[in-house]
Ligand binder design. Structure first.
Ligand code: GDP
Length: 427
């Protein structure tokens, strides 16, 4: 059971589309044993590298969970359940006002998104918005759940129209897979059991069967090695280890790692957990690494594969999703938190605003900025050099948050596009 594959997913939809009904009914119909159903799982139970049962809680902790360390509440509840075939973690993303924020946090670790559509309403601007954000945060697989089919007399024609509308719109989002299915969440039609009586015209599997079978590439395990150093573990003079979550690839004793942004290479001596030494560890695991040499390495540094290293720089080009009522202020000093590093940073220029419905970037006039829930492309100038990746390469080492220095509020989530060193630094 320990090696059952894991699927992380989120549900997205407007209020009353049936998100809670869908999850509740799915769990109920699947007749899961109570101990397969742990509600509102606490994300940080494995934070300090302990090993528990076969569920890897560490997988719940992501780059954006930097927020949690900040002491800022994220309203995302993670629910865990398992069937014979697969383990699931579903991110429940509530909230009206802060829905986008919660969705972004949920999406940043999800493999798949279930987009709910009310059959009576079809594809709404919110559907397009949620799809955009889902795609932007790196979710590659979507299920479009056309819910409340009972309220449109189980009409195949209405369903086909919604499916066609979605597929047309989603072309530019480049999802790896899209499954559109008609549902009655309330009655369980096409959730765990097929909807043959009411919707015999639908020939795809019910939702749970689909989720059990959908192939999602575990790209992080084959990605180049990355581990942000969360803390330096020094219980006594004989031991100096670097602890954190592996956020890409794998590591073994004997491997060479590059310490960034310093740029020095050294050999890994041991890969330690509270259960003892490991012969290898992979993305998602919390470990403590000891190094062969006494090299300067501290909290916030990034241990990286020397073959495909992360980039170090103090100039970023990034996408920003602005999360608060007070608009972005160009030139203002915020705190930027990426991996385990926090540094003062300012936005030097907002280059474009992304049209939510088309996903296209439209240049904006000088002096304009980003407002609540807007997405744009911006240039950032950091006070110190950080090591990071493009978000498309690694969601954890390429995702960051911006924090207001006075209110301590998270004002934006960001995705690195490119990183460069300013001339001052490069010189
Ligand atoms: P949420 O806000 O997205 O979590 O939506 P809920 O799950 O709370 O559902 C909102 C309302 O829609 C509730 O009254 C549900 O009973 C109802 N509902 C959910 N699914 C269906 C469905 O398939 N058919 C019908 N007729 N009503 C549904």
């Amino acid at each position: 059971a320990a090696d059952k594959p894991l699927l992380r997913f989120i549900t997205c939809g407007s209020v009353d589309d049936g998100k809670s009904t869908l999850i509740g009914r799915l769990l109920y119909d699947a007749e899961l044993a109570p101990d397969d159903l742990i509600a509102a799982l606490e994300a940080d139970s494995k934070k300090h590298g302990t090993q528990g049962d076969d569920l890897d809680f560490a997988l719940l902790v992501d780059g954006l969970a930097a927020e949690r360390e900040q002491g800022i509440t994220i309203d995302v509840a993670y629910r865990y359940f398992a069937t014979d075939k697969r383990k699931f973690i579903v991110a429940d993303t509530p909230g009206h006002e802060q829905y986008t924020r919660n969705m972004a946090v949920g999406a940043s670790t999800a493999d798949l998104a279930i987009l709910l559509v009310d059959a009576r309403k079809g594809i709404l601007p919110q559907t397009r918005r949620h799809s955009m954000i889902t795609s932007m945060f790196g979710v590659r697989h979507v299920v479009v759940a056309v819910n409340k089919m009972d309220l449109v007399d189980y009409s195949e024609e209405i369903f086909r129209k919604i499916e066609a509308d979605f597929r047309e719109f989603a072309k530019h989002l480049r999802f790896a897979s899209i499954y559109v299915l008609p549902l009655v969440a309330k009655d369980g039609d096409n959730l765990v059991h097929g909807g043959a009586v009411n919707m015999p015209w639908h020939d795809g599997p019910p939702l749970l069967t689909y989720l059990e079978g959908v192939a999602v590439e575990d790209v992080m395990r084959i990605a180049p090695f990355r581990m942000p150093v969360q803390w330096v573990n020094r219980p006594n003079l004989d031991f100096r280890g670097f602890s954190g979550f592996i956020s890409g690839g794998n590591i073994r004793p004997g491997d060479i790692v590059r310490i960034l942004p310093l740029g020095r290479d050294t050999r890994v001596s041991r890969v330690v957990t509270y259960d003892g030494d490991l012969e290898s560890a992979v993305s998602g695991q919390a470990v403590t690494i000891t190094l062969a040499e006494e090299i300067d390495c501290s909290r916030g540094d990034l241990l990286s594969s020397p073959v495909s290293p992360a980039k170090a720089g103090d100039r970023l080009e990034a996408k920003l999703l602005w999360l608060v009522r007070e608009p972005l202020v160009v030139g203002k000093s915020y705190l930027l938190k990426i991996g385990a590093r926090t540094t003062p940073a300012s936005v030097s220029e907002v280059e474009s605003r992304i049209e939510i419905e088309s996903g296209l970037a439209a240049p904006i006039a000088s002096g304009e900025t980003l407002a609540f829930n807007e997405i744009g492309e911006a240039r950032l100038s950091l006070e110190t050099v950080v090591a990071c990746d493009a978000y498309v390469e690694n969601r954890e080492t390429g995702g960051f948050i911006l924090i207001d220095r006075i209110t301590n509020e998270t004002v934006a989530v960001g995705m690195v596009k490119t990183v460069a060193a300013s001339e001052r630094r490069a010189a």
